[in-house]
Write a protein that binds this ligand. Structure first.
Ligand SMILES: *[C@@H]1O[C@H](CO)[C@@H](O)[C@H](O)[C@H]1NC(C)=O
Ligand SMILES: *[C@@H]1O[C@H](CO)[C@@H](O)[C@H](O)[C@H]1NC(C)=O
Ligand SMILES: *[C@@H]1O[C@H](CO)[C@@H](O)[C@H](O)[C@H]1NC(C)=O
Ligand SMILES: *[C@@H]1O[C@H](CO)[C@@H](O)[C@H](O)[C@H]1NC(C)=O
Ligand SMILES: *[C@@H]1O[C@H](CO)[C@@H](O)[C@H](O)[C@H]1NC(C)=O
Length: 472
């Protein structure tokens, strides 16, 4: 068992900042408390998900089950949802065709082909016959068949009696369709009926269900989501289950803008952001570069003022992995939008960052953050003595991280431009460091460093000329 020791002395350094010449780091502080990220990133998210819809053959009843479990270092979620709709309510639509399956139905007269063909009477069967072979479930209403992930048993809308009053609207490709997109029969069927209800602006539960099928086939269609929102509003639907629903979709299509947008509207309607940090935390665990997840998170934090929690979150991420660029970016976001860049705040961030750099000198993330912080330091990057002496201390101790050398070059550059060169920070030093980077420590970018070297040589000449002038 590994107990992580974190050195969190930065606050001490920050408090004494004014008096410090070189940073003094306080005693190590051991962090033994349980933290949800401690097993990260070794432990992947564990997830299982099952969903199924069982329909009785006459669509009298429908039982849908949905269960999932997700375990991540951030959270543990168990959900199960079983819905039963229209139990025992008989619908008797007219229909004109009847395919092979012969099914018995408890509670109503057993429908046989002959009965079935009489319009208006009970006895609806879905073709094609293959449905029969997928029967997986029986209940009091009779034989039911599975219709979950099984494409074979999908019932086209045009074959559903409860939709027989709707005339499907085929896609209008215009007079000269340039590109013909081949869609599956299921896709065309769902969208034909989607266009039909959309055209009529039908506000009904069945339309709401239909949008689910449309979403599943194409979660990127804005029109579908917008219509679904109109429906939710018009029907006064409970939005809590809708949050769960869109969460499930997000788990499937987390790179899709529309799903996140839907989520955002729901959260706005509910004025409840309590689940958003968890949701985006999970999504970011799967993919730390998920732009939409970061955006949604930042939106929620900004809109509902969740900054304090966020700083803890970011702190944990950085402590776990100081190379995590996303976490550093998020830290910048929180300070920039919430804490602000007061002198104290700048100094605190400087110390925090130097503390991290001490551990990992060879990764760019913390160095970049340091630069970002110093943008807000009135004295620039060359005027903060804690930073400059920290860098020289590292250099003296034989650290030759290219990020360190590049940083000292930047200090020199600024000092030259401000006319505030010193024995450490001047054109000579910059030339020397550029050469070291080009020839040894960052050969991959030697072209760039040679170019910088030439630039500083010009300053060198200018400085020399100045001296000449003074001498003569
Ligand atoms: C969404 O679907 C509707 C109906 O088929 C279609 O008119 C629209 O162009 C689609 N939008 C997108 C962005 O795919
Ligand atoms: C997730 O994607 C799978 C495969 O594309 C699909 O079968 C399933 O229905 C989707 N789940 C949701 C909630 O949309
Ligand atoms: C950075 O943090 C995210 C969580 O925001 C995590 O999922 C990701 O794996 C981390 N990145 C790296 C490079 O460790
Ligand atoms: C170091 O930081 C960069 C961000 O600049 C990141 O993309 C990269 O993965 C990190 N490298 C290592 C070895 O972790
Ligand atoms: C060098 O000095 C000349 C004349 O003072 C000036 O025009 C030029 O911009 C200087 N070069 C650099 C690189 O500062």
């Amino acid at each position: 068992m590994i107990i992580k020791i974190l050195f969190l002395a930065c606050a001490v350094a920050a408090a004494n900042a004014g008096a410090l010449v070189s940073p003094v780091y306080g005693a190590p502080y051991s962090y033994g408390a349980w933290n949800p990220y401690s097993s990260y990133p070794a432990q992947p998210a564990l997830a299982s998900q099952q969903s199924n819809t069982y329909r009785s053959p006459f669509n009298l009843g429908q039982v849908s089950t949905y269960s999932k479990s997700i375990d991540t270092p951030f959270s543990s979620v168990r959900k199960a949802d079983i819905r039963v709709s229209n139990p025992g309510v008989a619908v008797a639509p007219a229909y004109s065709s009847f395919a092979a399956p012969y099914v018995s139905h408890v509670g109503v007269a057993a429908p046989i082909a002959k009965v079935a063909t009489t319009g208006g009477l009970l006895g609806v069967a879905y073709s094609p016959a293959t449905t029969v072979s997928h029967m997986t479930y029986t209940n009091g209403l009779g034989l039911a068949y599975s219709c979950g992930d099984n494409e074979d048993s999908w019932i086209l809308y045009k074959e559903r009696p409860e939709w027989s009053d709707v005339t499907p609207v085929p896609e209008d490709d215009g007079p000269n369709p340039v590109v013909l997109i081949a869609h599956s029969e299921k896709f065309e069927d769902v969208y034909d009926y989607f266009r039909a209800v959309l055209q009529k602006n039908e506000m009904s539960e069945r339309a709401l269900e239909l949008t689910k099928d449309a979403v599943e086939l194409n979660p990127a269609n804005y029109t579908v989501w917008q219509y679904r929102r109109d429906l939710l509003k018009a029907l006064g639907t409970d939005l809590r289950p809708e949050l769960d629903y869109v969460e499930a979709i997000i788990k499937n299509s987390s790179k899709n803008y529309q799903v996140w947008h839907h989520r955002r509207v729901l959260v706005e309607w509910l004025q409840d952001p309590s689940l958003e940090l968890g949701l985006t935390g999970d999504a970011l665990l799967q993919d730390p570069k998920n732009y939409h997840a970061w955006q949604h998170r930042q939106w929620a934090i900004k809109t509902f003022g969740l900054y304090d929690k966020e700083m803890d979150f970011v702190d944990n991420l950085i402590s776990e992995d100081v190379r995590n660029n996303s976490a550093w970016n998020q830290r910048y976001f929180v300070v920039n939008n919430h804490l602000g860049w007061s002198d104290i705040s700048v100094q605190k961030e400087v110390c925090y960052t130097l503390e991290k750099i001490k551990f990992v000198k060879n990764n760019e993330s913390a160095w970049n953050y340091l630069r970002g912080v110093l943008l807000h330091d009135k004295r620039g990057i060359s005027g903060n003595s804690i930073v400059t002496s920290f860098c020289e201390e590292l250099y003296k101790n034989k650290c030759r991280s290219p990020y360190l050398l590049a940083f000292i070059i930047d200090i020199c550059d600024e000092a030259i431009k401000k006319g505030e060169t010193s024995s450490f920070h001047n054109a000579d030093r910059a030339v020397e460091l550029c050469q070291a980077l080009a020839n040894k420590y960052d050969r991959i970018r030697s072209k760039y460093w040679n170019y910088m070297c030439d630039k500083f040589k010009k300053y060198q000449q200018n400085e020399t000329h100045k001296d000449d002038n003074i001498d003569s």
